[in-house]
Write a protein that binds this ligand. Structure first.
Ligand code: HDL
Ligand code: ZN
Length: 438
């Protein structure tokens, strides 16, 4: 598997057309051989220590599986939270994997990880898996897992106001070539009243109502963290009720501080829109839901800031067609991923076909959103499995309409979808100024 610098965008070499009956195999092979850039995860580089989650107990206590547990188990959330991590994992394994069949996307994913690591998948207990992970050293395990997943690098989610993470960056966390930082701004944009005093405590002259020199001081905060983290983009998740323009603290922070700062550092802003936060707080991280958003907010932002670049992902299936249409209107909008509740093969297929039909290969099909290291193994296996027939169909339709493609052209298309679009949009390898989508 090629490493980061060994996977340049392929140039068109042989123009030998691929025969129709070979398309499926060649598409699968080229998907398998393309080292993917995973452009949004919650993984952490080794120097961020215990923030990085890995191993069987973390895999099983993933909030997607906790939500499923509470549908099957008589154990109530309040009781579950009194258990320790191993007891929680044992309960989830017994309930979802032994007493029931693990057919959901997240449950089947754990099976795929165990299988890929050569571990038994139908045991009634976790002793073998725990023994395996106890014997792993983190850094070689990371490289092995990335090889198994077929990814060359991942993009992190780094919160400058997280009380555990921020001090590690302040001390100077060692970078890692396979992990790219992102400046995550939810606490600033969505919860300014609860967090402005942290900035004030660090010497930034900010006020709760953004009075005085607050905006300039937020920009100084962003500049300081840009210098510390070197993020490839800034990011924020937003509720389904998000509006822009909006006469609110968030509206002012976006317009006057965050978007101008992204322009100053020539990096995109990622907006992930459509979350209904904590509809069931009893199940904690699993308690968020989804709502259809008003995407005119995206339209207004792209119109007002034509020199900025925006990575946009929306959570509601009902918003996807609108996002595709807006992508046709704004070259500075790059749609990405089948996010969270959309990352199910049936929906990924619908969204990806719609995107190819409307905007060709000028989008980023998927990110893993992995929270636990080994999840990238199943999330990228599933993506390759779902993408192959979709791409084959696109080339088959093209051939029926009179144009065949070469293997090099197929490889170029897959590189564009899973590497080049992102690399260019965030200027990952340095060099050119970027303003168009891809
Ligand atoms: O805000 C986000 O980045 C989301 O991806 C949330 O982290 C969500 O809880 C999640 O894990 N989605 O997969
Ligand atoms: Zn995420």
């Amino acid at each position: 598997m090629a490493t980061i610098t060994e996977a340049p965008a392929p140039e068109l070499g042989s123009a030998v057309p691929v025969a129709a009956e070979q398309l499926d195999r060649i598409v699968r092979d080229e998907l398998q051989d393309t080292p993917i850039i995973d452009m949004h995860t919650h993984l952490f580089m080794p120097s961020l220590g215990k923030l990085g989650l890995w191993g069987i107990d973390e895999l099983l206590t993933y909030h997607y599986l906790e939500a499923e547990l509470f549908r099957f188990s008589s154990v109530k959330p309040a009781e579950y939270w009194t258990l320790n991590k191993q007891q929680q994992a044992d309960l989830i394994w017994r309930t979802l994997f032994v007493e029931n069949t693990p057919v959901s996307e997240a449950a089947r994913g754990v099976i795929a990880v165990l299988s890929a690591l050569g571990l038994e998948t139908a045991r009634t207990d976790l002793s073998q898996a725990r023994e395996y992970f106890r014997n792993q050293k983190l850094e070689p395990h990371i490289r092995h897992v990335f090889e198994l997943a077929g990814i060359s690098e991942v993009v992190m989610t780094n919160d400058p106001l997280d009380p555990e993470e921020a001090p590690l960056w302040m001390k100077g966390a060692a970078p890692d070539r396979q992990f790219h930082p992102v400046l995550r701004l939810d606490r600033i944009l969505n919860k300014w009243p609860q967090h402005w005093q942290i900035l004030a405590g660090q010497g930034y002259r900010v006020e709760e109502n953004l009075g005085g020199n607050s905006v300039a001081e937020v920009r100084r905060f962003l500049a300081d963290w840009y210098g510390r983290m070197k993020p490839v983009y800034m990011a924020c998740s937003l509720p389904d009720t998000f509006e822009y323009p909006e006469d609110s603290l968030r509206g002012r922070l976006l317009k006057e501080a965050v978007i101008p700062s992204c322009g100053e550092f020539n990096i995109p802003l990622s907006l992930m829109i459509g979350v209904r936060y904590q509809v069931n707080p009893a199940i904690r991280l699993a308690g968020d839901a989804v709502g259809k958003a008003n995407l005119r907010a995206v339209e207004h932002i792209c119109v007002e800031f034509p020199e900025n670049r925006f990575l946009i992902s929306v959570l509601s299936r009902e918003n996807q067609h609108e996002l595709c249409v807006y992508s046709r209107k704004f070259g500075n909008l790059l749609p990405f991923g089948c996010w969270w509740f959309l990352n199910q093969p049936s929906i990924v297929e619908e969204m990806t076909r719609e995107r190819i039909e409307m905007i060709g290969f000028s989008f980023i099909p998927q990110h893993s959103d992995a929270r636990v290291l080994e999840q990238v193994i199943y999330k990228w296996r599933n993506t390759r499995r779902t993408m192959a027939p979709i791409l084959t169909n696109a080339y088959r339709l093209l051939a029926e309409d009179g144009r065949t493609v070469s293997r090099d052209e197929i490889r170029r298309g897959i590189h564009r979808l899973f590497r080049t679009n992102f690399e260019r949009f965030v200027n990952l390898r340095g060099g050119h100024e970027r303003h168009s989508a891809v």
